[in-house]
Each structure stands twice: as C-alpha cells, then as structure tokens.
Write a protein that binds this ligand. Structure first.
Ligand SMILES: CC(C)(COP(=O)(O)OP(=O)(O)OC[C@H]1O[C@@H](n2cnc3c(N)ncnc32)[C@H](O)[C@@H]1OP(=O)(O)O)[C@@H](O)C(=O)NCCC(=O)NCCS
Length: 195
C-alpha cells in the first residue's frame, strides 16, 4: 500500500531541499541565475547559493512561499507559489535575454506557481497532484483570480498534468539558448482561472 503523504509549510531548514527540487524543475534556469550570483556567495556551489537565497524571509523566492511534501518523514517534493503583479510596461532592451521569456510570461494578480518538483523515486504516486491541490485551495481561500505557471513545451508529462488540472496555454516565448539550459523550444504560460 502507498505510504501516506504529508503536506506542510516549509521552514528555513528546508532551504537546501527546496534548492535541489527547484534545480530539477527549472532545467538549468536556476543554475544560470545562481551562476550570476557567484560573486555575492564566493566558494558556494549553485545549489548552496540557491539554498542561501531560499533561506531568506520576506522575499518572493523564499521558503516562506513553499509547501513541502513528506513521505515517512523524508522530503519527497515541494511547490513554491506567490502572487505576481505586472505593470504591463515592456522590459528594457538590455534586459537579460535568458530571463526575458520568463519575465514576459506573467499573468497579473495570479497566484504564480514558480516551481514544483518531486524527487524521482516518488514520482507517479499522486504527490505532484496533491501539491497542486493544496495551492489551489490556498488560492481560493485568499480569493486569487487565477493560478498560473510556466512549463517548457518539451516537458510533455508536466504539461499533461497541468492540462488535466484545468490549465490552458495563454502565451508562449522562445527559450533563449544557453549552455546551462537543457531544453530548447518554447516556454508556455499556462493559466487556470478560479471562479
Ligand atoms: C511534474 C511532477 C512535479 C509531477 O509530480 P508527480 O508526483 O509525479 O505527479 P502525479 O503522480 O500527481 O501525477 C503524475 C503525472 O505527472 C506527469 N509526469 C511528468 N513527469 C513524470 C514522471 N517522470 N513520472 C511520473 N509522472 C510524471 C504525468 O503527466 C503524470 O500523469 P499521467 O499519469 O497522466 O501520465 C514530477 O514529475 C516532477 O518533479 N518532474 C520533474 C520536475 C518538473 O518537470 N517540474 C515541473 C516543471 S514545470
């Protein structure tokens, strides 16, 4: 019989697991961002830089915006979500071209799922769906108009999961090629209105 899954808010002590899971979800985009922060965190690896970032309170990319899934007392997965507010202004010409597609794919006032991942040995057991359900409940409780997320078109398994949960593509941008980014093709903004 499958072991029960517990969902709980993350604590600062989860920052390392959050970084490891975020790294899996982001297909190299997190590594790219962490590499750009190396001067601020001398001697730390990418995941260690990520952990240091996620351990900070009062930030969007913080453990405070994460839920953890646990099986038998072990972290199995996480989801990070926060509200996005866009001013609708175009990004400046000199905006980082690798990050630009993701910065442009925003749904104003939506509860944005910035990352979701389950460690490989725990996949296909319903944990990702349970994490998404928890985020949906939170969004409804706080009266957010929609849920949104970005998925790489190449990640067909994840895209299928989101479609099953009622998300629809509303915009897409080409991924800017970079040696650290493992995927090519388009990134899709998927939105699920909540009524
Ligand atoms: C996407 C992910 C979070 C889903 O978590 P999960 O616990 O395996 O999901 P569930 O068991 O609730 O649902 C399984 C569904 O996830 C999708 N899926 C994607 N990759 C999968 C994998 N390697 N194994 C199993 N299911 C996978 C499938 O659509 C599957 O649905 P199906 O049964 O119709 O094929 C998980 O596969 C994962 O961490 N993948 C790597 C990171 C990632 O791609 N994150 C999303 C970035 S947008």
């Amino acid at each position: 019989m499958a072991k029960p899954v517990t969902i709980r808010p993350a604590t600062q002590a989860d920052a390392r697991a959050i970084a490891e899971l975020y790294q899996i979800a982001a297909e190299g985009v997190a590594d790219y961002i962490w590499q750009g922060l190396e001067d601020e965190y001398p001697g730390l690896s990418g995941v260690e830089i990520g952990a240091a970032r996620y351990a900070r309170p009062n930030e969007l990319f913080s453990y405070e915006n994460c839920l953890m899934a646990e099986v038998d007392g072990h972290v199995a997965g996480m989801v990070m979500a926060f509200v996005t507010e866009t001013d609708g202004e175009p990004l400046p010409d000199d905006f980082d071209p690798v990050i630009r597609p993701f910065a442009e794919l925003e749904e104003d006032k939506s509860l944005y799922i910035s990352g979701i991942a389950v460690f490989e040995q725990f996949r296909g057991l319903g944990i990702g769906t349970t994490l998404m359900d928890e985020v949906e409940q939170r969004a409804r409780r706080d009266a957010h108009p929609s849920l949104s997320l970005i998925v790489f078109e190449a990640n067909q398994g994840a895209a299928r999961l989101y479609q099953r949960l009622g998300f629809e593509e509303t915009a897409r941008r080409a991924i800017y090629p970079h040696p650290l980014i493992h995927v090519t093709g388009d990134a899709l903004l998927m939105v699920r209105p909540l009524d």
